[in-house]
Design a protein around this ligand. Structure first.
Ligand SMILES: Nc1ncnc2c1ncn2[C@@H]1O[C@H](COP(=O)(O)OP(=O)(O)OP(=O)(O)O)[C@@H](O)[C@H]1O
Ligand SMILES: [Mg+2]
Length: 338
């Protein structure tokens, strides 16, 4: 009989990432689901649903079950989780996989139960929950069990979770409803205000990834962007420069830096000293934004490094816990074992 794949899952606003025990990344798909508006039947999930965003007819609703890091629609989030987990591990009538799920901050006890039920329905033999910053820090390779302060900043699509950890626990934790999506929104607002030019969120994200840097580049880049002129209402192609994108993203960058600064201010002095020595680690897909680490370093005068494969850190941390159960299960905290 084939062995069942135990998995670590990160349920995010933008994407769901799954790592399999001994296999590394086995799934990374957009956290999007398409349903029939009348019957609420699920029509598509993940990549397929993402392609429908902004293009589906009125009877089909395409949505993200999570918003700003929080589960906005529990039924749809559960359906999406069930779909992805079954896709990765197949159907098991008996002895299904063990699943370790990283949960966003602010999920209450009833919601935790609902997530566990959804995974049970997907065939999970056991489900464990882990706080996102702990999973991300583990996945980034931080020695979180040490009696020394570590700071991890997980920048997702909808939320940034900033945490200071010591001896496997979170000493300070702050969630700010500002992630990569806020940078996309800032680009949309800037182009509308400055050029009367309208682009959608997918184009804005493309501009951010291709051209965006939060610190002005020494060499200027540009790209041709297709959108709509708000003056004529007609399609228009525009040259957008990297300096413009840097200017557009200044405000969310400032808010992010202030949030990290705020957490440091509330951190006990000994731990701030440790962080100053060890540096700040960025995880999450939003951390891939060019220049972000340099901006953190310049603003806070503390070293900053980008974790390897930052978008995978939380799922990897969950999977590492399953793999090294003896060593890592203590980081699940109380009441997290089911
Ligand atoms: N190369 C890149 N450059 C800049 N931003 C990027 C890059 N790749 C991904 N992103 C951004 O990362 C964000 C998604 O990150 P991630 O998948 O970690 O979010 P999530 O975990 O689903 O969301 P959350 O943690 O907020 O619930 C998006 O805003 C996306 O635009
Ligand atoms: Mg995330």
């Amino acid at each position: 009989m084939a062995t069942v794949l135990d998995i670590g899952v990160d349920l995010g606003t933008s994407s769901v990432v799954i790592h399999g025990k001994g296999k590394g990344s086995v799934l990374n798909e957009p956290a999007v689901i398409a349903i029939d508006r009348d019957t609420r039947n699920v029509l598509a999930v993940g990549e397929e649903a993402h392609r429908m965003l902004g293009r589906a007819p009125g009877n089909i609703q395409v949505m993200r079950p999570l918003a700003e890091g929080m589960i906005a629609d529990f039924d749809l989030a559960s359906a999406m989780l069930r779909y992805f987990v079954t896709k990765v591990v197949g159907k098991h009538l008996l002895g299904g996989p063990r699943v370790l799920l990283s949960v966003p901050g602010g999920v209450n006890e009833a919601e935790r139960h609902q997530l566990i039920s959804a995974l049970f329905e997907a065939g999970a033999r056991r489900t464990y929950l882990m706080e996102r910053p702990i999973a991300a820090a583990l996945g980034a390779g931080l020695p979180i069990g040490d009696a020394s302060g570590q700071m991890v900043v997980d920048i997702g699509g909808g939320v940034t979770e900033i945490a200071v950890l010591s001896m496997g626990r979170m000493v300070v934790r702050e969630n700010v409803k500002l992630g990569g999506d806020a940078f996309d929104d800032a680009i949309i607002r800037y182009l509308r205000r400055k050029h009367n030019f309208l682009v959608g969120p997918i184009t804005a994200e493309d501009i951010k990834i291709t051209l965006g840097s939060v610190i002005a580049r020494s060499e200027q880049f540009y790209m041709e962007v297709t959108g709509r002129s708000l003056l004529t209402g007609l399609p228009k192609v525009m040259h957008v420069t990297s300096d413009e994108v840097t200017e557009a993203m200044a405000q969310p960058l400032q808010s992010l830096l202030e949030a990290i600064h705020g957490v440091l201010e509330h951190t006990p002095a000994e731990l701030v000293g440790d962080i100053s020595d060890a540096g700040i680690v960025l995880t999450g897909g939003g951390a891939l934004l060019s220049g972000l680490c340099e901006a953190v370093q310049l603003s806070l005068k503390i070293d900053c490094r980008l974790a390897e494969d930052p978008q995978d850190c939380a799922a990897r941390g969950c999977c590492m816990t399953l793999e090294g159960w003896q060593e890592f299960s203590r980081f699940l905290g109380d009441k997290k074992k089911r």
